[in-house]
Design a protein around this ligand. Structure first.
Ligand code: FPP
Length: 248
């Protein structure tokens, strides 16, 4: 039997990591401006932070990591910047798949693919197929993604089904609706992190984040690393999640 002293000496095991962490990667432009560099240099360093964060999330035992890489609204940026961001995504998809496979990472892309270039769509399909059997971590890249657009699209499909008589509007459940979203089969995020000091969701996972804990960090995305991810997860562990129930 354990003595009292031994009980005091052994700390409780650390809590399990959140199953799903989602990140709004913000601040690439400000990181570059602070150094007198073009915005594209910030995005490039941002892509390095993506690689680092995927690796760290896997090591921490996080099951799903969703990264907001390009929003529906980002299409309004100057053409040159959109081209640069698409170039970085292309490079990431081309160069990272073997690394993802080596580390057991499955890739899934969510968002409106109809607005992406055909070569990027082909790369996405190829990368998803090549990593489909991996189980250590699911990396979800939100690309040309908007939460409101995603919700409207499900409503549109359901309205059509109701109109042609294959769906009873009174029978629609939250689970039916969730099954129509890009994230069908993926658990809702437990923790949503936004970098760069801004405190907004910016159309990111609006349905899915209903009960997520939100952590806002001042660090700019290119400087995000293990210490910041661990700090956000610690913050998450210190909060009490009640899902609308009263405090016990
Ligand atoms: C916000 O910085 C970031 C983005 C618009 C997208 C994130 C893109 C990357 C991290 C690079 C490529 C991604 C992958 C997956 C390879 P901002 O430009 O809005 O910064 P600012 O608010 O300081 O101007």
């Amino acid at each position: 039997m354990e003595t009292a002293a031994a009980q005091i000496a052994s700390p409780p095991p650390p809590p399990p990591p959140p199953t799903h962490v989602a990140i709004i990667m913000d601040g690439n432009g400000r990181w570059a401006r602070a150094r007198g560099l073009p915005r594209t240099a910030g995005h490039k360093r941002g892509a390095e932070a993506v690689r680092r964060t995927v690796e760290t999330a896997r090591e921490m035992g996080i099951g799903y990591l969703t990264l907001y890489a390009f929003s529906s609204e980002n299409w309004k940026r100057p053409a040159g910047e959109v081209t640069d961001l698409m170039g970085l995504l292309r490079l990431y998809l081309r160069n990272e798949v073997s690394n993802l496979n080596r580390n057991g990472v499955r890739l899934k892309v969510i968002g409106d693919r109809s607005r992406l270039g055909p070569d990027i769509v082909a790369l996405i399909e190829e990368s998803e197929a090549k990593t489909a059997g991996n189980v250590a971590l699911t990396l979800v890249l939100a690309l040309s993604y908007g939460g409101r657009q995603e919700i409207v699209e499900v409503a549109r499909r359901m309205a059509r089904a109701a109109q042609n008589g294959t769906l009873d509007p009174d029978a629609i459940s939250e689970a039916d609706f969730a099954a129509g979203l890009f994230t069908a089969g993926i658990p809702d995020p437990d923790l949503v992190i936004r970098t760069s000091g801004e405190k907004r969701l910016s159309n990111f996972l609006l349905w899915q984040s209903a009960y997520a804990e939100l952590v806002f960090l001042d660090v700019l995305w290119p400087d995000f690393g293990r210490a910041e991810l661990e700090a956000a997860v610690n913050d998450f562990h210190n909060r009490e999640r009640r899902y609308g129930a009263s405090a016990g």
